[in-house]
Design a protein around this ligand. Structure first.
Ligand code: PHE
Length: 463
């Protein structure tokens, strides 16, 4: 995008909301809780929180500052910092290209669930096997995926306008209140299974927040740490150029450090609450074995909770999935926008043409991903040891391979080539205090690249 056309956020609130809108999405509500559940709660949570204030903070600061300093979209921003390392921009732009189709496919699942609850079918959604049989259907998931994609495309086509900003201003607080309400409810649950064992929500809460070090092996700890780190990338939307693009729209007099803290707090609180809502209830209904359910968690266990709420549950369920749709839409818009912007820049296309091309691309690949659960079903063992379908392959390539690579290269660029001073000067240029300056330098030069390298090696199955 040329500097002339470059729009900017109205103020720091607009920026924080837009960035938080991008950050708060399916990652928080769908991905975070299932990872927390799989990794037995407490320890995952602890790792995640420590990483947010150190590692996440350093990466988010770096990307937003690169954006504001260069005033360029990711494709060209990195080369403005250093000519030789401009390639980072191309890899970073590739990440949202891979994420977009599968993100919209999951968005379609959420739409379907919303309508199921809206039409009073919540009880059906709570039955065992509903989710699996739904995604194994050939046509329905594709139809809902297309509807979701079209909503995203239309929004991007209109520009990320005041409508969506305003919408998230109203919807994000409602989402927060709803999540709080449902999580309190899930703590009051109690269930006696066929073998006569009773489990309560409060026991589940303990599992979620208190780390259990007793039978943890080093390998378990390592897997948990790496899961937390991979999740952090995805959740704060770094290592894919989006925050660079958003940073480029920020006014020069905005206090970046304050805004970054707000974005991180918003994102982490929503993730924590989503976990609070889901992890204890999974434990109550399915025990510790049920906690390794993986990606299906939100779609399988939540309907059971809504069902347990009785009549009221249908409404809460519908409202909940509506909120998830809005949280997801503000994210998928931010995934599509940089791809569209890059197409417009590179090939001098109109916004309309660029949106059409990107939509057709997402349509083709998203359809394939939907078919990955029926016609094209396969089980593949990924190098990191997990077994998955087509969607997991996409998730694996973007999240586990490309994002660490982009982040490692960014650390090398800022830590060693251009030096941390580049970023520190940018964030303190209005005389702001950078309290975590030394931590930032240590993170970006040493700790972050080492951790990231470990993440990459783990993803590649080296250990
Ligand atoms: N951070 C978003 C989430 O948590 C996902 C996302 C990924 C958004 C990539 C933008 C870009 O769901």
């Amino acid at each position: 995008m040329s500097e002339k056309k470059r729009s900017s956020f109205t103020g720091s609130i607009g920026f924080v909301l837009a960035a938080a809108g991008s950050a708060v999405g399916l990652g928080n509500i769908w991905r975070f809780p299932y990872l927390a559940a799989k990794d037995n709660g407490g320890l995952f949570l602890l790792c995640y929180l420590v990483l947010v204030v150190t590692f996440g903070f350093a990466l988010l600061t770096t990307e937003i500052a690169i954006g504001r300093k260069t005033k360029q979209s990711p494709l060209t921003a990195y080369s403005k910092i250093n000519k030789k390392m401009g390639g980072i921009g191309s890899i970073a732009t590739l990440v949202p290209v891979i994420i977009l189709p599968y993100y919209c496919c999951i968005g379609g699942w959420v739409l379907k669930y919303f309508f199921t609850f809206l039409t009073g079918q919540g009880q059906v959604a709570a039955t065992d096997g509903y989710f699996t049989s739904y995604i194994s259907e050939q046509w329905q998931p594709i139809i809902w995926f297309v509807v979701y994609l079209v909503i995203t495309s239309l929004t991007v086509f209109c520009g990320v306008n005041k409508g969506i900003e305003k919408m998230s201003k109203i919807l994000m607080p409602i989402l927060l209140i709803l999540i709080m309400g449902i999580s309190i409810y899930s703590l009051t649950l109690s269930y006696t299974d066929a073998s006569g064992v009773t489990r309560t929500g409060l026991e589940g809460l303990k599992i979620y927040i208190i780390p259990n070090f007793s039978d943890i092996t080093i390998k378990d700890f390592f897997v948990t740490l790496m899961d937390a780190m991979g999740q952090l990338f995805f959740s704060i939307s770094v290592a894919m150029g989006i925050m660079v693009a958003y940073g480029s729209y920020v006014a020069d007099d905005t206090n970046l450090i304050k805004s970054i803290n707000q974005i991180e707090i918003f994102d982490t609180v929503v993730a924590f609450l989503a976990g609070l809502m889901i992890v204890p209830s999974v434990y109550v209904f399915m025990g510790t074995e049920g906690m390794s359910a993986g990606p299906g968690l939100m779609f399988v266990s939540l309907p059971k909770i809504f069902n347990a709420m009785g009549e009221f549950g249908e409404i809460i369920g519908a409202l909940f999935f509506l909120m998830v749709i809005f949280a997801a839409i503000t994210s998928s818009v931010s995934i599509m926008e940089p791809i569209v912007a890059s197409f417009m820049d590179r090939f001098h296309l109109s916004r309309k043409k660029a949106v059409i091309i990107v939509t057709v691309y997402a349509l083709v690949f998203g359809t394939l991903i939907c078919l990955g659960y029926n016609l094209l079903y396969f089980e593949v063992k990924l190098p990191n040891g997990s077994v998955g379908q087509l969607l997991d392959v996409f998730d694996y390539i973007s999240n586990n391979i490309l994002m660490p690579i982009v982040a490692i290269l960014t650390c090398i660029l800022i830590g060693w080539v251009a030096k941390p001073k580049t970023i520190i000067d940018e964030v303190t240029k209005n005389g702001e205090k950078f309290r975590r300056k030394n931590l930032y330098i240590v993170m970006i030069k040493f700790l972050a690249p080492v951790l990231l390298f470990a993440l990459l090696l783990q993803a590649l199955g080296v250990f």
